[in-house]
Design a protein. Sequence first.
Length: 319
Amino acid sequence: MLAPAAIGFGKVILLGEHSVVYGYPALASALSCGVTIAAATGSLALVIPQWQVEVEVDASPEHPVAQAVAAIAAEVGRVAGRPSAEVSARLTGEAAIWAGAGLGSSAAMTVAVARALARHIGANLDDDAIRSAASCGERVFHGAPSGLDVALASSGGAGVFRRDTGLRPLSVPPLTLVIGNSGQPRSTARMVAHVAAVTAGDRADPRLCGLAEATDRGIDAISAADLPALGQAMRRAHSHLVELGVSTAGLDQMCRVAEAAGAYGAKLTGAGGGGCALALVGEQDDGAAVAAAWRDLGFATRIERLPRNDADAKLRANR
Ligand code: PMV
């Protein structure tokens, strides 16, 4: 029998990617959609047609998706006090975000998998337990993630995340964000390793401090509903990400084009090395000009309006 779908939200980082790994805050928001997964009785498997994922866990034990699903199932069994053999289901997902593009796709998937498995075996796990199970899957993909993606994938909404204290929800003024996909594949783990190499893992590195300072300014700006100042913080953050070597010519071009089309600020979002750019437009701007400018260059776009309180509440009620 099919259980109702479980959701994990995608996310955008407005400010603070990479520096968040070193303990500094990040300002981020969940998207209104992500990955939804339904569970049916069967051997452990995950199918997400939009991402060309079709993995039978026992048949492909080396596949990273199989390893992630197995790790999540083991943790769901552990926290629910069930033998891992009982934590089994055929999971069918629907993805409404791009995979591997900096929008937290793997966290959206792992949170949805954890929720679907827990619900399928009748275990009533709280959000901490879901995050812990999802993080076991995230570690397969990302090694040592900050936890930001999993926190937002499970909670929805916007907030300030710190590694040591987790997510502090933040109410945001109305914002229109344009998201463009550079189409270049990238690996979060590789980009995080690159930053560790160029900074020698030193959190006092001036580029990481610059990112942290831009994030602080952005948090002040968003709290004061000062969108031009938030855009400026995004521009500064992008220049520090360039200095760290995690941007690309395509992402830099997208930022220039967005600002020329009237955006207050633009930057890469997520780990960089490809993936998505993010542009903040003004209060009276619907984002269409930036989206059209990016589409003219061949990039896929989506427009996200925050806060998504109504939509989030509906989705959460259904999860
Ligand atoms: O590109 P994404 O969606 O995997 O986001 C990565 C964000 C980083 O700060 C670079 C890494 C992390 O674990 O927070």
